[in-house]
Design a protein around this ligand. Sequence first.
Ligand code: ADP
Ligand code: MG
Length: 238
Amino acid sequence: MSQIVLDHVRKKFGAIDVLHDVSLTIERGEFTVFVGPSGCGKSTLLRSIAGLEEISSGDLFIGGKRMNDTEPSERGVAMVFQSYALYPHMTVAENMSFGLRMAHRPKAEIDEKVQRAAAILKLEALLDRKPAALSGGQRQRVAIGRAIVRNPDVFLFDEPLSNLDAELRVQTRVEIAKLHQSLGNTIIYVTHDQTEAMTLAQKIVVLRAGRVEQVGPPMELYENPDNAFVAGFIGSPR
Ligand code: ADP
Ligand code: MG
């Protein structure tokens, strides 16, 4: 059974069609990257899967269940955004455990999950710091940690590295690849960066103006792009 199925999904904002008839399947444990130019609908597609946008027509299945009208918190997904909005008055540990504390989970469980996420992300020494005392890269790792403690079936990343400088982008990209190797969760990762797409993805979905242009493993798209747009976007030599 596929982890995520989108079947003829459309999304309109008012009279404007932003997603046109998107059909896709994503397998359990797969690292999928959505790429495409700015404004092509990547965030809207991710937010629709997360339940932060309601789709206008079509069907969305997660883990075999139809989720068109399901609350975000019931979808088994956790999203990491481009701008990592941490609570400034809370420590790293408190930021990471916020969702679990709101859900009244037992303290022992919260501590264990925070420790585990901190170990994966090398944040152990920073748990008592406030966000103001962290670098941009450390803050983004806390935002990722907040998603990890929720132990979601699916991670949704929306351009998580775009606010980082070049060196941190590479480091954090490597961390995200390791995270996938160690946890094995399904990941959907949105970027407009070809290098990120080519290095992280098991499967790339190329989007253009709200439509799926081509889907496949990075090398397949590179070697056999269906058209000049895909070739240009993936960087194929033709
Ligand atoms: P991307 O993430 O690929 O840059 P988005 O999904 O953010 O693209 O946006 C796709 C299109 O939908 C853009 O034209 C954008 O202006 C439009 N759009 C996004 N969100 C809204 C909204 N809440 N209301 C109206 N239009 C929107
Ligand atoms: Mg976007």
